[in-house]
Design a protein around this ligand. Structure first.
Ligand code: 5GP
Length: 208
């Protein structure tokens, strides 16, 4: 038995309100936890400076994205600020079946869709330390007008209401601390009795 007891890897969903710092936490996790596999989403938005195809996202046209939806190639998808984002299903399935843990960094609508299809996933909600701090983070993103900031904040408050559907809440006060909490959650999930029981049952069969 290894620390990764159980044949399948974990499907871990990291989500939370807009502006909470999911992307920053995930980038840091990539450095700190290279043993995790990171799902690369498809999106119709344009690449930002420094982003590369297949690493940050698969950048696709709206037509191609619609065809992926029609062919049922996406585990979940959502429209977010005028663009589509979705998780390619086959990569997630193959990774879990290979016994590796995969992490999906996605917004809350998509997370709820994954929860319906894959309730045994591990759902982690990244929280701001306070509403004031979230407002501050949204404001310091730059280019936003007052109205857009108000809209984003009210959307973020609605998103926080979805917390009740998650297994864990991690406060993103310091990025490294948030990453360490996430890694602890993953370790604890691997130690869950129900993941270990099939092994123990097979030992019991042997000694019968
Ligand atoms: P950004 O454009 O800043 O990279 O991402 C915008 C939002 O889309 C973020 O909240 C990010 O978590 C979310 N996102 C990225 N990929 C996916 C995906 O595959 N599915 C869903 N539902 N959301 C995603």
């Amino acid at each position: 038995m290894t620390s990764n007891a159980g044949d399948k890897g974990l499907l871990i969903v990291l989500s939370g309100p807009s502006g909470v710092g999911k992307g920053t936490v995930c980038s840091m996790l990539r450095k700190l936890a290279p043993e995790l596999v990171y799902s690369v989403s498809a999106t119709t938005r344009s690449p930002r400076a420094g982003e590369t195809e297949g690493d940050n996202y698969f950048f696709t046209s709206k037509d191609k994205f619609r065809s992926m939806i029609e062919k049922d190639e996406l585990l979940e998808w959502a429209e977010y600020v005028g663009n589509y984002y979705g998780t390619p299903r086959s990569f997630v399935r193959d990774t879990i079946n290979a016994g590796k843990d995969i992490i999906l960094e996605i917004e809350v609508q998509g997370a709820m869709k994954v929860k319906q299809k894959f309730p045994e996933g591990v759902f982690i909600f990244l929280m701001p330390p306070s509403l004031d701090e979230l407002k501050n983070r949204i404001e310091t993103r730059g280019t936003e007008t007052d109205e857009s900031i108000r809209n984003r904040l009210s959307v973020a408050v609605d998103e926080i209401r979805l917390l009740e559907h998650y297994d864990y809440a991690v406060v993103n006060d310091q990025v490294e601390t948030a990453c360490s909490r996430i890694r602890s959650i993953i370790t604890a999930e691997h130690c869950k009795r129900e993941r270990i029981m099939p092994y123990v049952n097979s030992w019991m069969e042997e000694v019968r």
